[in-house]
Design a binder for this molecule. Structure first.
Ligand SMILES: *Cc1c(COP(=O)(O)O)cnc(C)c1O
Length: 404
């Protein structure tokens, strides 16, 4: 239904749609929105609401689904990291909120294990904090951070500990990090942007003690590309709301004026650090609808469907000489994939060359290139329809057969 209109639009501005076998990547647009999600967004757009009220009610849905005290909708997991950090630095202090990202004289250090450094910590540093690294990389492979190193790095300037969920080994586990942090009353921020499925992770990191957890809305949840979830402590989420929402309000009419009367705030904050990361009511409606759909599904039936999509492709390229196919499915991340290993000597084609050949074809096809340096391309079924899987299988077959 929507595909035709969308194709017309892309055509009208001269952009070629891509078949996405690389997974829900931001640079390709994330995931496909279900009609129910698109309808919720269109419906939300038809009426005006108080955004603070909408966020508060959406937050209750997130809290219920994640087991956290409170929740909030952000415009991506990266924005969630920025807002989480801003909340840990400023709390409910309106003066501090106003000064960000100048953190002079505030708690402005975020402790992180060296094995957890990744390029998304730019979103944390954007708040004006300094990353304080502890631990080592590599040798010995296991135990490259010791718990005491985290404890020792915490001081009067520590705003938070950042604990992204990554596959690096040798790092201190989240539950242990939380015990160390909480003994010194320091919050732990968890980047779980890409940790779905399994669905159980929606509750897991909160249950393990995280104070704030971010998930991407535009990846496996199937929400709008510019959406994300922040779940965690109510006081920190309250700080996020104040630093994020439109503060062009007056004390006489502000929806949250009770905070002033109760003495919880010294005054109305100005437009805050997070104002540049605004979230529309369409994104809130889309993400909540997608999230409800997601939790009503289950990992096994998703996996069965994805396997059936890969089953369309695999026979078309199996048995071609110089090509080895591997079906992988790790237990920690139940998304089945098809890895295509190329024998570069026999085929005269590298992984990167095949990636480019697929992208330069008509229609362009994007595949996973994380292992292309090893001459492996990876097919991720999350963004593929059965029709697209067929097109991909035939294209790969044709290209691979022509190489010998
Ligand atoms: C994708 C990702 C993000 C960013 O998520 P967005 O929703 O696109 O902002 C952050 N951290 C990690 C580890 C990710 O994989």
């Amino acid at each position: 239904m929507h595909t035709k209109e969308v194709m017309e639009f892309y055509k009208s501005i001269g952009v070629k749609p891509i078949i996405n076998a690389a997974g829900p990547l931001t640079r390709l647009g994330g995931s496909r929105l279900d009609a129910e999600v698109l309808n919720a967004m269109a419906e939300a757009s038809a009426s005006f609401v108080h955004i603070d009220e909408l966020q508060a009610e959406a937050g209750k849905v997130i809290a219920q689904i994640t087991g956290a005290e409170a929740g909030y909708i952000v415009n991506g997991a990266a924005a969630g990291l920025s807002l989480a950090t801003a909340a840990c630095v400023a709390g409910l202090d309106v003066g501090k909120m106003d000064r960000l990202p100048d953190t002079a004289g505030m708690k402005n250090e975020v402790v992180v294990q060296r094995g957890h450094r990744n390029s998304y910590d730019h979103a944390i540093r954007a708040v004006g904090v300094r990353m304080v690294e502890v631990g080592y990389l590599g040798h010995p492979g296991a135990g490259s951070t010791q718990p005491w190193q985290i404890a020792e790095a915490i001081n009067a300037h520590t705003a938070a500990i950042a604990c992204p969920i990554l596959s690096t080994t040798g790092t201190v586990s989240l539950p242990e990090v939380c015990v160390i942090a909480h003994a010194k009353r320091i919050p732990v921020i968890v980047d779980a942007a890409a940790q779905l499925p399994p669905r159980s992770n929606l509750r897991r990191f909160i249950a393990e003690g995280a104070d704030l957890v971010v998930f991407s809305g535009g990846k496996s949840i199937g929400g709008p590309q510019a959406s994300g979830i922040l779940a965690g402590r109510a006081d920190l989420i309250a700080s996020v709301a104040l630093q994020h929402q439109d503060m062009d309000v007056t004390a006489a009419t502000w929806n949250k004026r009770a905070l002033l009367a109760e003495g919880k705030l010294d005054g109305i904050p100005h437009q805050g650090f997070g104002r540049a990361m605004k979230v529309g009511r369409e994104e809130v409606a889309g993400l909540i609808t997608a999230l409800r759909r997601y939790v009503s599904g289950n990992d096994i039936s998703d996996s069965v469907y994805w396997c059936s999509v890969l089953d369309i492709i695999q026979p078309m390229i199996d048995g071609i000489s110089g090509v080895r196919i591997e079906r992988s499915q790790s237990t920690s991340k139940p998304i089945p994939t098809l890895s295509v290993h190329l024998d570069q000597n026999l085929l005269g084609c590298s992984g990167y060359q095949l990636v480019n050949m697929l992208l330069e074809g008509d229609p362009p096809i994007a595949v996973g290139e994380s292992y292309a340096d090893l001459n492996i391309i990876v097919i991720n079924p999350q963004g593929l329809t059965e029709v697209e899987a067929d097109i991909l299988g035939l294209r790969l077959q044709k290209l691979l057969l022509a190489m010998r």
